[in-house]
Design a protein around this ligand. Structure first.
Ligand SMILES: [Zn+2]
Length: 188
């Protein structure tokens, strides 16, 4: 099953793959430095829909992570073996199926909106429906949730930045690095 590369300008969004550098919660690079973002075609289509819904509101999307090969999920799990935030690689993350995306909202100057916690902040405040974060952050999370769910995404209650296709585990297989090199394709 081919994956679509998520890259501007084909997708009108910002890209900042946090796991390709040490600037993430694990403090080390999980991906190669030249890592790219990929999603299943169905997920890529829903992401495009979300981009279009955000635009008239004066926002753009900034993607932190998309497809995560099974090998990378193991590296993450070995650092954070807690399934409150990291999927057990034996069960498999929707990310390893190309069916999940981590993202936030930015304004037209590319500045990230206040969301109460950073991306991959593995704390209770990262959960949806928290009222112990600023009102601005609650409002911004609600806007992101509204855009993404209206675009057709399912959400994850423990992470405000994570969205996935409905029933991803039942519908799509896990991909490894080697599967990706066999199946990846450039956007046309
Ligand atoms: Zn995620």
């Amino acid at each position: 099953m081919p994956l679509v590369e998520i890259v501007p300008p084909a997708f009108d969004l910002d890209l900042d793959l946090c796991y390709a550098t040490a600037d993430n919660v694990t403090g080390k690079a999980i991906y190669a430095a030249d890592a790219r973002a990929y999603l299943l075609p169905e997920a890529a289509e829903l992401l495009d829909r979300a981009v279009a819904l955000a635009r008239p509101l004066g926002y753009r999307l900034k993607v932190f992570d998309a497809f995560r090969p099974s090998e990378a999920q193991w590296r993450l799990w070995n650092t954070y073996p807690s399934d409150e935030f990291v999927a057990d690689p034996r069960r498999g993350s929707p990310h390893s199926r190309g069916a999940a995306v981590d993202l936030t909202l930015v304004d037209m100057e590319g500045r990230e909106l206040e969301m109460g916690t950073g991306f991959d902040s593995f704390t209770p405040q990262a959960h949806h429906a928290r009222t112990d974060i600023s009102l601005a952050a609650q409002r911004n999370r609600a806007v992101l949730l509204g855009i993404m769910t209206a675009a057709g995404w399912d959400f994850f209650k423990n992470e405000w930045w994570h969205y996935q296709l409905f029933n991803a585990r039942a519908r799509f297989p896990l991909f490894s690095d080697s599967a990706l090199t066999k199946t990846m394709m450039a956007p046309d």
